[in-house]
Design a protein around this ligand. Structure first.
Ligand code: ADP
Length: 843
């Protein structure tokens, strides 16, 4: 028997029916055959049912017929077909095939999709009309049954095919029911949108993956599908993690096997393509922008350049998703980096507001590389991995840096500036195209800056040349006068030296005068040369380690010796060195520093007939040392103050100037002080005395770097492990900034977001210093400070306010604050203010 799928069809009820029929009509047997399934052409038949009437005496005859042989011979059925049997309902023919049939065979045909044939055997008589009808009906039933089965199989196969296709499709597919709810999604969908299928079945697709602003569009597309239309669009959808992706969407309505309509949403991730399109667009936009920018910068008035630079920084930063962009330059003294131009996406994260300059000594290795021309590009994750990036960690925390690129720029093959881009909210990875664009922008901007500097320098030089022309005449007039006076002395006395009546003692006296005049001339020439060297920029600061107290003490000894020479024995010399400055070794130009102090001291003694001359030093903030020379001498009239630094300008009615003094000492000193980045200031009152002061940069020299405390590789000079500082600040960004700064000192930190909280914290904690913001909700800094000072009068309070306005400062001090710092907070200033209050210096 054939093993066709038909066997799986349950034909038991049909079998019983046929059985009953055969018995009832006394037929010998019946064979039912049908075409092979799935064949379009009828070439052979499957034997579906073979039935023998067991009660019939002749039934054994059926056994002799090879039905399988019979039904597999198309010729037999071909004949049946040719004779039109298939066309009719029923018919009777006698067939003769390879078998000799002894029985009448009545094929009963059913014309339907499955053309079945029943061969009814009977030897003796014709089949009754009624039996034929019954057989025909049974065949129809069987046929129907098979047909149904066939359809069910088709469906099953379709379903398997569909499932395979669905599961393995390279596109993300979602199937929606009539409520737009998800019926099914394929693995690609799960992968693309990062959802687990089980978690999203039954959810509304549009609400799930369309970003809020695109939900109406998504719903419109779905609507078109329900109306029978197809949609194909490129849009954006959102993944489970919130990330937007570019997708192509194909929406098609589809009739399911059960006749229900559903929708297929087919999504393809086109992010990569869109990105490259965007990149190309960005490249074109950038090229257009940069060519416009460079031509603008070349042609514009130099006074407008700064504004254009800032907007140029903004455009480039936005194109490449940077959140801050800035230009920096090295200070004249070469010790710090200053931000000159900045753009930031959020002003709260402005570097310029938080840390406008950074000392090279804070990040020596980093700046060494930059100054050597190396581009530096870091992400937060890189920090601390390599030895020399550890110190950077502090600044990444302090300034909220996630990604940062810093590019050195050159003008005429000389380092001139840095351009830097960074982000504070998320890491961004810039490709070579972005980095090249940054560099190109930087180069164009510094070229413009260079043009500005040159033009301004040229204008300045022009003014100076005009002024110096006048100055030169005055200078020549001055110098000729100053040379003439001692020269006259010398020549005059040479004349009288020839006098034969001149006694030895007189000769000695005249020789002494000539010698003094000669020395005077020599000093004058030295001073003039010195001034010329300063003017022409040939005097440079040469920093070496210098024991500053030793220098001052040696000056004291020297001037104690010179006092009598200057006829100032009654003048008292007083040197004051504060405790914290003793044994301080700094890096500075000792020779130039000494020269300024020498000039000031010699003037002080010269113009102080009796009384005191004091000198000394003090720390000025964190990074400068101030020197002063004071006297209780004749003083300078207010109207004369502006001119004393001018060349050859001396105040009239001066005391006798035995001690050199062509009126160049202060000019030279002022020139030297400017090399230290500062000018000499003077306070004076006629008859009371004068105070001259100036400052030099303070960079602590330590041969033993182990003396410095290192946290995270960052060397710093303050360690307040044992101290508790209460920070009162309502702005979280600012609070974080302060936290990073102060954590670096090892201090124990307490936080309060308003004055009321601060007072509560003070009740329960031992606090050594309060750093308080003045503008806060609930209880502001003024009220809180008054209350703090009432309860804890000795607890130091430092106020911080937004603007450096004198009246603010007064108000803070009136409220009881011990000190005051204006925002933007300079970290070094803050450190030294806290240091001063935590450890008051006794001078
Ligand atoms: P010089 O001392 O050679 O005259 P300086 O340039 O040193 O020239 O000083 C210029 C002038 O400033 C002096 O001539 C003097 O009139 C005034 N001056 C400088 N130092 C003092 C001082 N300590 N007290 C009063 N006058 C001073």
């Amino acid at each position: 028997m054939s093993k066709r799928p038909v066997k799986q069809v349950d034909l038991s009820s049909e079998f019983s029916l046929i059985n009953a029929l055969i018995i009832k009509s006394g037929l010998t047997g019946i064979v039912i055959a049908g075409p092979r399934f799935k064949r379009k052409k009828l070439t052979s038949l499957d034997l579906l049912l073979l039935h023998k009437n067991q009660s019939h005496s002749k039934s054994h005859l059926l056994d002799e017929i090879d039905f399988t042989g019979l039904v597999s011979q198309p010729a037999v059925f071909q004949k049946i077909a040719e004779e039109g049997v298939f066309g009719g309902e029923t018919d009777v023919i006698t067939i003769s095939g390879p078998q000799k049939l002894y029985y009448s065979v009545f094929p009963v045909m059913v014309f339907s999709t499955l053309r079945l044939i029943a061969l009814v055997f009977d030897q003796e008589r014709e089949i009754k009309e009624e039996d034929r009808y019954l057989i025909s009906s049974s065949l129809k039933l069987i046929s129907k049954q098979l047909e149904l089965k066939d359809e069910a199989d088709d469906l099953k196969i379709d379903k398997i095919r569909y499932t395979r296709l669905f599961e393995s499709a390279p596109e993300a597919i979602a199937m929606l029911d009539k409520n737009n709810q998800i019926l099914d999604v394929n693995p690609e969908f799960e992968q693309l949108f990062l959802y687990k299928k089980a978690a999203i079945l039954g959810k509304k697709l549009d609400e799930l993956i369309a970003p809020a602003n695109l939900i109406p569009e998504a719903m419109q597309l779905t609507k078109i599908n329900w109306e029978g239309g197809r949609v194909a669009v490129e849009t954006q959808r959102m993944r489970h993690d919130g990330k937007l992706i570019d997708v192509s969407v194909l929406g098609v309505p589809f009739v399911q096997g059960n006749g229900h309509l559903c929708i297929y949403g087919i999504y393809r991730d086109i992010t990569a393509r869109k990105n490259s399109e965007k990149q190309e667009l960005r490249r074109l936009a950038f090229i257009e922008f940069i060519s416009r920018l460079s031509s603008d910068l070349i042609n514009m008035d130099v006074r407008e350049i700064d504004q254009t630079i800032s907007s140029g920084l903004e455009t480039v930063a936005r194109v490449y998703s940077a959140e801050r962009a800035y230009l920096m330059e090295l200070s004249d003294a070469g010790d710090l980096i200053k931000i000159t131009h900045e753009w930031t996406a959020d002003p709260r994260f402005s570097h310029r507001e938080r840390q406008p300059d950074i000392y090279l000594s804070d990040l020596p290795e980093y700046f060494r590389k930059l100054l050597a021309g190396q581009m530096l590009y870091f992400h937060r994750v890189d920090i601390g991995n390599e030895e020399d990036t550890k110190a950077l960690g502090f600044f990444f925390d302090l300034l909220d840096i996630e990604s940062m690129v810093n590019i050195p720029l050159c003008v005429d093959n000389r380092f001139s500036n840095f351009i830097a881009f960074d982000t504070f909210s998320r890491p961004v990875f810039w490709d070579d195209q972005a980095l090249n664009s940054f560099k190109l922008t930087g180069q164009i901007l510094v070229n413009a800056l260079e043009r500005k500097h040159r033009e301004l320098a040229f204008q300045d030089a022009l003014h100076k040349a005009e002024a110096s022309d006048k100055l030169k005449s005055a200078f020549l007039a001055g110098i000729s006068h100053e040379v003439r006076t001692p020269m006259n002395h010398i020549l005059g006395f040479i004349e009288v030296m020839d006098d034969p009546y001149l006694g030895q003692s007189e000769k000695d006296e005249y020789l002494a005068i000539m010698k003094s005049s000669g020395n005077h001339l020599l000093r004058l020439i030295d001073d003039v040369i010195e001034l010329a060297l300063i003017d022409s920029g040939q005097v440079i600061v040469n920093n070496t380690p210098c024991d500053i107290c030793r220098v001052l003490e040696s000056l004291l000894v020297e001037f104690e010796g010179l006092k009598s020479e200057l006829n100032r024995n009654s003048v008292k010399l007083i040197l004051t060195i504060p405790g914290e400055c003793r044994q301080m070794i700094i890096k500075t130009d000792e020779i130039r520093l000494r020269q300024i102090l020498w000039n000031l001291l010699s003037n002080a003694i010269k113009f102080t007939p009796e009384g005191e001359v004091g000198f000394g030093l003090s720390l000025q903030g964190f990074n400068r040392i101030e020197f002063y020379v004071s006297d209780t001498g004749i003083g300078i009239d207010e109207t004369d103050l502006p001119v004393i630094f001018e060349r050859f300008r001396k105040v009239e009615n001066r005391v006798s100037r035995k001690f050199g003094g062509a009126g160049l000492g202060l000019s030279i000193s002022q020139g030297l002080a400017s090399l230290f980045g500062n000018s000499i200031k003077v306070l004076s009152e006629m008859g009371t005395g004068s105070v001259f002061s100036f400052s030099v940069p303070y960079s602590l020299y330590s041969a033993d770097s182990g003396k410095k405390l290192k946290i995270n590789g960052f060397a710093h000079k303050f360690y307040w492990e044992e101290r508790s500082i209460l920070m009162v600040e309502d702005d979280p960004v600012n609070m974080k900034f302060l936290t990073v700064l102060l954590l670096n000192t090892g201090a124990n930190l307490l936080y309060a977001s308003n004055g009321k909280e601060a007072l509560e914290l003070l009740e329960e904690n031992k606090v050594d210093l309060v750093l308080i913001d003045m503008k806060m909700p609930v209880m502001d800094g003024y009220e809180a400070t008054r209350e703090i000072k009432r309860k804890y009068p000795r607890l130091p309070v430092i106020a911080q306010t937004a603007y450096a306005i004198k009246s603010d400062e007064m108000e803070c001090l009136a409220a009881g604050c011990d000190d005051y710092i204006a925002k933007p907070i300079d970290k070094n200033k803050l450190y030294s203010k806290i240091q001063e209050l935590l450890f008051p210096l006794k001078s």
